[in-house]
Design a protein around this ligand. Sequence first.
Ligand code: T4K
Length: 375
Amino acid sequence: MSRFSLEENQKILVTQSSLPPIEEYIEKIREIWDTKWLTNAGVMHNELQKELENYLGVENLALFVNGHQALELALQALEMEGEVITTPFTFVSTTHAIVRNGLKPVFCDINTRDYTIDVDKLENLITDKTVAIVPVHVYGNICDVERIDEIAKKYNLKVIYDAAHAFGVKYKGHGVAEFGDMSMFSFHATKVFNTIEGGAICFKDKELESKITGLRNFGIRNEECIDLVGSNAKMNEFQAAMGLCNLKHIEEEIQKRKSIVETYRECLANSEVVILEEQENVTSNYAYFPVLLESNQKRDELYTYLKEKNIYTRKYFYPLTNDIECYKDYDCNDTPVAKNVASRVLTIPLYADLDKDVAIMICKEINNFLNSKNE
Ligand code: T4K
């Protein structure tokens, strides 16, 4: 084990934004000064859209100001009414996007293998009001896309994946957005690939393109025709420029994350925390590294212990979205496995530039804490 220790006042946060070399970004945004074109489907926006379609292996992709707007407006484009099955083990955005469309979220539990939707519990929740499933890929782990596909076909349901954590993830060599009707990616500053803020929706049905792009620009068709009650959710040129620069380095970024994850796996192998197995047939992007403690109390104590050492972990995802204040008057069904996992999970720092010695030191602190509890 390393004897490495943090410098005084050095904080290790749960993540750190990936940035390109500053010269690359300056070079790119210089073009914005030449054209004076800042937003509204500019040249860089269109270039990034094409590059991402290639990278993700999809035919239709629309860029957005952030991932949440991408999901919310994609759901609006589908013009649905009724119930949507989803999981509460997610960032609030997923549930908000459903509710803000006037749809009723029906919460399905998660499984303990990868913390995504438990497909064995899904069918029981389908009623004659169910119109769609919004499953969530979490931490870079993906849902059982094949079973979800079968169930959706059987009951004629739309599938819109929240793929905020799954940028670049592949299943059996296929990009994750090839599954379902739509997939939303988040390009927030904290994600594997960022455009500062940003997001995209990938969709199979080309006919939806006009509605999706219309909804993101107030529903404006031309100077005299506005045919949709849309929003303003356009990605601007500074965001797109950041995306074009970051995309050049994405493979290297993912490899660096992979190496930190390998260090964590090695150093925590004999520890009492539960670590998820790598998923079979999945090429991960190593977005987050969750560990599960024995109890809620131990999780909270470890969180505080590490914080006192300047190591800032996060309780992603706690509380569950079916347990939060703004849904207290909603008829939210219980999800016992998700509740249990949410009460015990901690995501530990993970980002491309995290030093291997720091990762080893974090594991050492986790093990020190656990040993002290067992004395
Ligand atoms: N669905 C899922 C499953 C999601 O996880 C998210 C977003 C969405 C949908 C919605 O997508 P977006 O609309 O956001 O594109 C953060 C992010 O803000 C949020 O995007 C993300 N999920 C969520 C899991 O994490 P907070 O409230 O934890 O962020 P914050 O500000 O506490 O930042 C966390 C850490 O990140 C900081 O301790 C340091 C680091 N950081 C943060 C910022 C803002 C940086 O290194 N650079 C930065 O610029 O939500």
